[in-house]
Design a protein around this ligand. Sequence first.
Ligand code: DHK
Length: 159
Amino acid sequence: MARLFCERMPETLTLYILNGPNLNLLGVREPDIYGHETLADVQAMCEAAADGARVVFRQSNHEGQLVDWIQEARTEADALVINPAAFTHTSVALLDTLKTLSIPVVECHLSNPAAREAFRHHSYVSLAATGVIAGFGPRSYELAVRAALDLARRAGAQD
Ligand code: DHK
């Protein structure tokens, strides 16, 4: 006999993962700092870590494009992981856009900017981030994905 399911099925979460300038060159760009994995490798790691969530993974070298995608995430995503790369340290525009979001935001870096040049020590993005994961190479993304989805699930459980 067919069983009737009265309980609401858990919704599939949507996770946006946005990447800033020069991350398209991962694998060839300063591999001693950023590692030998390519951005495609990182995307595959994120999808494997996403545990059934829908992953929207994008990269742009252009600040305005990232602004547009963050605005899109405001209505389309349950959580956001962002590696703004150099815009981390320069972009009030990204900060202002991130401040419009009400979903969890995890700032993610391959390297540990706090252990590098002084100009990398300040992050505009951190002012709007729920948390920051940095310094674990490509594994930073895996950890960021897990953290973002955990935060999104907890937020959903409170609705
Ligand atoms: C990537 C960059 O391109 C730098 O501009 C940041 C970040 C650090 C990273 O470690 O992923 O300073």
